[in-house]
Design a protein around this ligand. Sequence first.
Ligand SMILES: C[S@@+](CC[C@H](N)C(=O)[O-])C[C@H]1O[C@@H](n2cnc3c(N)ncnc32)[C@H](O)[C@@H]1O
Length: 249
Amino acid sequence: MNNTPRLYSDLAWLWPLWGDATVDYAHYCGRVTQLIRQYARRPVGTLLNIGCGGGKNVLNLKKHFRVTGVDLSPTMIDQAKTLNPDCEFIVGDMRSFALGRTFDVVLMDDAISFMIGHDDLSAAFRTAGNHLNPGGVLIATPDVTTEAFRQNQTTVTPAAVRLKPANLDVIFIENYYDPDPSDNHYEATLLFLIREDGVLRVESDRHQLGLFSLDAWRSILAATGFVTHEEEYADGQNEYTVFASVKPE
Ligand SMILES: C[S@@+](CC[C@H](N)C(=O)[O-])C[C@H]1O[C@@H](n2cnc3c(N)ncnc32)[C@H](O)[C@@H]1O
């Protein structure tokens, strides 16, 4: 399997079209902001978005916080900078980067799914903890847990109309399949139906994504030193567990 997702390299130009940042991402960011205010045990001014991708969440969160983004993909970091020229972005691997400074909030959203083993997930939470002020809050939202996983779940999403040129049509098809329920990952297979001036081109990508039980999330967060609260978030199609974890003062 290709280790560099095409969606974050040669096909990254499609990412801005998959969900309108000002609409689809605003709802989630509203919920995140509310949870931060609820659980933080210190004033919150700065936020580190780990795995910030193309900066769609940053676009919404910067209304409330001074945001810094980190992502593994230089292509996605460039995209995040274009969308948010007023924010700071840095290339880094969530398992190991060290900025040498701390923030009031750390957000790990869909990128945390790229942690496919216990060691990787622990390392990512250690990175988060190292960058968090005491009393600060880590928000982590897994795409899916073992309890919520649906074999062969398939979603079809058209490109955001407001953002695409008139001669371009894109349909995003995403399929989740777990060939081996005894391990900690599943396959996401992506198909992109791209029509430019009506001419069809089909591209594909495959991601290996982490799949852990709620208990595994709880115990890894506790072992990393966090005091964790669980909340729900629903986007109309799926329900997610959001972990709001406080770093003890
Ligand atoms: C779905 S995108 C995130 C999109 C983002 N939520 C947004 O608002 O645009 C997932 C991101 O995870 C990043 N990623 C994957 N593995 C990573 C790692 N080990 N460290 C940091 N980022 C990683 C990818 O480069 C990709 O940009």
